[in-house]
Structure formats: C-alpha cells, structure tokens
Ligand binder design. Structure first.
Ligand code: ASP
Length: 339
C-alpha cells in the first residue's frame, strides 16, 4: 500500500474512531482487527484484565496506579497484592489452601514490556510473592528463584515471615485429610489464581500471576503460574496471555506462550485462547487428569482486543477500561462443567 493510501486510510479510521464510543483504541485497529469487527471484544487503552471475581478489586487498585502515572509493572504488583493479602481468598497468598502437609506454598511471576521477568516458586511464609518476583526481576541476574533460596532472597530484601495458614484454610485441610483423596473439584479447588494483564496508554504491555496453587497438592509441587510461557507470557509486539486451572495441563502444552504465538499468527485473543483450550482437550483425552480438568486463558493484544476461553463453564474475568469501567465478563467455554 502506498504511503499516501496508508495515510488516507489512517485518517479515515481516525475519524471513525473519534466518532464511536471505542475512542482511541479503535484508531489503532489493524486490518485483521477491523475485519473481525463486532465478533470480538475491544477496549480502550489503558486496559486491564484479570482472572476471576477477585480480579475486580485487583483491577481497581491497578487502575488507580495507572491513573497516578505509575508504570504497568507497579500497577500489576499493587493490583494482585489485594487478593494476595485477603484471607478470604483461599487460592492466593495469605489464606490460600495448603498442600497435603498443611503448608501454604506460593508461586508468582511478573513480566514487563521489554520481556524482563521475575518469578518465585515454592515460597513459604511470605505474604506477597509478587513483590519478591518483581525484585528477582529487578535486582538479580536470574529469572526464577525457588523454595529456600527464594525465601533467603526475600528475607535479604526485608520481607518478614508470617504464618499464612488461616483457621479457615486449616479447617478445610483437616477435613480433606479425612479422606485424603486428590481429585480437585472443578472450579473450586483447581482454580482462582489471579493473573492480570494490562496495556497502558502508550500501548505497552505487562502481566503478573500469583497463586497458592492447587489445594492439597504434594509438598514441593509447582504449577504453571510462576513459569514464564506456561502461566504467563507476553510479547510487547503482539500481546499477552495468562492461564488459570490445572497447572499440569498448562505446562504440558506451554499454554500462555502458545496463545501469544497464535495471536502473532493473526488470531484474536478469544480465538487464540479457544484454540489452546481445544489443543489441551485433545492432548488430555483419556488422560487421568481429564476427570477434573479445568483450564482457562485470558489474553489481550496490541490493539486493545481482549478475550477469554475455558474448557468447562464457570470461568470469568474482570475487565477495566475508561469506557466501560470495571466489570465482569463471562468467558466462552467448550463444555458445561458437569460433562
Ligand atoms: N494454575 C494454578 C496451579 O495449577 C491453579 C489455579 O489456577 O488456581 O497451580
């Protein structure tokens, strides 16, 4: 296309953008996005999406940070710290359900628009693993610290050890111990990681993910959430994706990295999440995990399109932008949870 034609087209799109409710994001739609039209969700920048209901207060805080001019990474950290610190959220940070030995072990990671990333896994006694992950990214030559080493690093940075096992979580663990059967209940015991993705007003993308992992897991088990490429991945040229659900299935298939690659190939965020869920389903037919397999992805791209998709029903995510405020969005799914 000649420069002149490009200019005319851009100018025309600009005026369409200004005259619609979508505003700025519409101006920046590429040809594929325009062609997809109304079948996809599109927000205005800045845009934040986070998994599950606890994404609402997390988004609220991240939004506040962005409005104050803080960076995407600072907004992500502040946002996901809300569920990390909430004892009522039994799948993240303080109050998270423990492993089968009664220990709360935490996984988290964070990634910025320059592909810098930091991660901690199997961390115990530290309420805000996302903040430790951020320091791994900023203050060490590494991407990932685990277990005792992650704890030592956190202590060296001034974090303090706290008892993260609440009475509620301990009670639930003792009840589980009575039968001691590892068969996570779909949408109850193998979900609720908070993953947050955002694109700021300048179009830069960042993401974070934090969890206490699958309830009643074996001691030492690490899920997908702290693994860059599995629980979280982004490429500032393309977009970002994050996962929730049975981490083993997401690791086996390099879930979030694949969603980003599918977007690079031209799929919308929703289409990319759907294709990845279909792939996970196909790979797990006849697998022992299928009985309790739930997996969901959220994704957004550079144009402000976003979407989510899950294997079984019941997955939702919080979306925050200027135009629509903060709201919940149900994800499309492959099958009803009873199937
Ligand atoms: N993906 C997490 C894990 O397997 C669980 C979750 O999403 O809550 O550790």
């Amino acid at each position: 296309m000649s420069n002149r034609r490009k200019f005319i087209k851009k100018a025309a799109l600009g005026s369409i953008g200004l005259s619609t409710a979508y505003g700025m994001a519409q101006d920046l739609r590429d040809e594929k996005t325009q062609a997809r039209g109304k079948s996809e969700l599109i927000g205005t920048k800045p845009l934040i999406i986070s998994t599950w209901n606890h994404g609402m207060p997390a988004n609220e805080m991240a939004w506040k940070y962005l409005q104050e001019g803080k960076s995407g990474i600072e907004a992500i950290e502040a946002g996901v710290k809300i569920p990390e610190g909430d004892p009522e959220v039994t799948t993240v940070g303080y109050g998270g359900f423990p492993d089968r030995e009664g220990k709360v072990t935490l996984d988290a990671c964070i990634m910025d628009h320059q592909s810098n990333c930091g991660s901690v896994s199997f961390l115990q006694g530290i309420k805000h693993p996302i903040s430790v992950a951020k320091m791994v990214m900023q203050d060490t030559p590494h991407v990932m610290l685990s277990g005792e080493g992650a704890l030592q690093f956190a202590l060296s940075k001034g974090f303090v050890v706290e008892d993260l096992l609440t009475d509620k979580a301990e009670k639930a663990w003792r009840k589980w111990m009575e039968a001691s059967k590892y068969k996570p209940v779909i949408n109850i015991e193998n979900h609720d990681t908070i993953s947050m993705l955002l694109i700021d007003k300048d179009g830069n993308i960042s993401g974070g993910c934090t969890t206490s992992g699958a309830a009643w897991k074996m001691h030492g088990r690490v899920g997908d959430s702290p693994i860059i490429g599995a629980g979280l991945f982004l490429d500032n040229e393309v977009g970002a994706a994050a996962a929730t659900g049975l981490g083993e299935a997401v690791i086996r298939t390099a879930g979030s990295a694949m969603v980003v690659e599918l977007m690079r190939q031209g799929k919308s965020p929703r289409e990319a999440c759907k294709e990845m869920v279909e792939r996970i389903y196909a790979k797990h037919k006849g697998h022992r995990d299928m009985e309790y397999l739930q997996v969901g992805f959220i994704a957004l791209n550079k144009n402000g399109e976003y979407g989510g998709y899950s294997l079984r029903s019941g997955f939702n995510y919080a979306v925050h932008d200027q135009q629509g405020g903060n709201r919940m969005q149900d994800a499309e799914f492959k099958m009803a949870w009873e199937d």
